[in-house]
Design a protein around this ligand. Structure first.
Ligand code: GTP
Ligand code: MG
Length: 335
C-alpha cells in the first residue's frame, strides 16, 4: 500500500459546509425523545428506591454526553453500596425489582464481562442497559459533555464521524473496530491540535472539579462556560474539519509510535507508556489513552485484521473528502 501525504485541501471544500450541517442537524434527537428518556429514568428511580433507598441512578454514555444521535439506547448506572453482594447478584435482584407492568423484556445478563440489566420501555420503545457502580463512565461522560460545550464544532464533527463509522461498519468493538467513546476522544484530540486550537486541554488547567473513583483521581477545569470564545481565532468549518480528521488518520498519524492523549492535550509515545508490544490481548495497534484510566488503551480491541479495515476506511474517507464530487453522500454509503 502507498501512503500518500496530502496537506492541501480541495478548493471547493467550503461548498460542503451546508450539506454537512444539514446531516448533523438531522441526527440531533428531538426534545420529545429527551423528555421520554427522563420519564423512563424517573420510573426506574421510583422502582429502585423502594428496595434500595440509598441507591442512585446516573445516566451516562451518549444519552448524557451530548453525542447521542436520535433513537439511541440509553445507558444507566446504578450506584449502590452493597458490600455483601457481587455485581451479578445485584443485577439479578435489580431485574426482579424492575419486573413490573410498565416494563418489558427485563433481562439480567449476569455472565457478561460487565454484568447488566437490559430492558425496554413498551410505551416509547426506548431500550436501556443498566450497569452497576461504573462511576468512571459517569465521570468520563461529564468530561465529554463539558468539552462539547466549549465549541459547537466538536459536536458537529463527532456526529458526522459516528454516523460515518456506523454506516461503514467500523463502530463494532466485538469485531475489532472502535467504540463511539473512542471516536469522540479522537475528535477531541484532533480539535485540541488545530492551529489555532479549537479546544483546550481541560485536564491540564486549574482544577475546579475533582472526584476520586476506584483510586483514580479525576480532576479538571469544568467551568466551561468561561471558555466559550476559546476557538474564536480558528475559522475552520465542519467540512474542513471532516477533511482534516480523515486526512490525519489516513496519512499523518504515526501508528508505529504515537498514542493520542486527551488528558495531556498532546501525542505521547508508546515507549513512554510501555505499549510497544502485545501483552495478552492488548496489541496497541492504534493507541487512544483513556483520559482517566490511563493504563487503558481504547484501541485494545483492534487486532491485526481490523487495523487494516480501519486504516483502509480512513483512507477511503480521506480520498472521498479530497476528490469525490458528492462527499456528503459517498462518505456514508453502506459497505
Ligand atoms: P452510542 O451508544 O454508540 O451512541 O455511543 P456511546 O457514547 O453511548 O458510547 P459507548 O456505547 O461506546 O459507551 C458508553 C459509555 O461507556 C461511554 O460514553 C463511556 O462513558 C463508557 N465507556 C465505553 N467504553 C469505555 C471504555 O473502554 N472505558 C471506559 N472507561 N469507559 C468506557
Ligand atoms: Mg451507548
Amino acid at each position: 500500500r502507498m501512503y500518500k501525504s496530502r496537506t492541501i485541501c480541495r478548493s471547493d471544500i467550503d461548498s460542503f459546509e451546508a450539506p454537512f450541517l444539514a446531516i448533523y442537524e438531522s441526527l440531533i434527537p428531538p426534545e420529545e425523545e429527551k423528555a421520554q428518556q427522563k420519564q423512563l429514568l424517573t420510573l426506574l428511580e421510583k422502582l429502585v428506591s423502594k428496595e434500595w433507598p440509598n441507591a442512585r441512578l446516573y445516566l451516562y454514555g451518549s444519552c448524557a454526553n451530548s453525542f447521542g444521535v436520535s433513537k439511541s439506547d440509553i445507558d444507566v448506572c446504578l450506584a449502590i453500596e452493597e458490600t455483601d453482594m457481587d455485581k451479578s447478584d445485584i443485577v439479578l435482584k435489580l431485574a426482579n425489582i424492575l419486573q413490573s407492568d410498565n416494563l418489558q423484556n427485563v433481562q439480567a445478563l449476569t455472565r457478561a464481562r460487565v454484568p447488566i440489566v437490559k430492558l425496554k420501555d413498551p410505551v416509547t420503545g426506548i431500550s436501556c442497559d443498566i450497569c452497576i457502580n461504573n462511576l468512571l463512565a459517569v465521570v468520563n461522560t461529564k468530561l465529554l459533555r463539558d468539552y462539547a460545550q466549549i465549541d459547537s464544532r466538536l459536536r458537529q464533527l463527532a456526529f458526522i464521524i459516528k454516523h460515518w463509522a456506523k454506516s461503514r461498519g467500523v463502530n463494532e468493538t466485538y469485531q475489532g473496530t472502535l467504540s463511539s467513546y473512542a471516536y469522540v476522544l479522537m475528535c477531541i484530540h484532533f480539535l485540541q491540535h488545530r492551529r489555532p486550537a479549537i479546544l483546550p486541554c481541560l485536564q491540564e488547567m486549574e482544577t475546579t472539579y475533582s472526584v476520586t473513583v476506584e483510586d483514580i483521581e479525576c480532576s479538571y477545569f469544568d467551568q466551561v462556560e468561561k471558555l466559550r470564545d476559546f476557538g474564536y481565532y480558528n475559522k475552520e468549518n465542519i467540512a474542513q474539519l471532516v477533511w482534516g480528521f480523515f486526512s490525519y488518520w489516513a496519512y499523518r498519524h504515526d501508528y508505529a509510535n504515537a498514542v493520542i492523549s486527551v488528558r495531556t492535550g498532546s501525542i505521547i509515545s508508546k515507549q513512554e507508556k510501555d505499549w510497544t508490544r502485545r501483552i495478552g490481548n492488548d496489541r496497541h495497534l492504534i493507541c487512544i489513552e483513556d483520559p482517566f484510566e490511563t493504563r487503558h488503551d481504547l484501541g485494545r480491541v483492534v487486532d491485526k485484521y481490523s487495523i487494516k479495515v480501519l486504516r483502509e476506511e480512513f483512507e477511503r474517507a480521506a480520498e472521498i473528502m479530497q476528490y469525490d464530487p458528492n462527499p456528503c453522500v459517498k462518505l456514508f454509503e453502506p459497505y
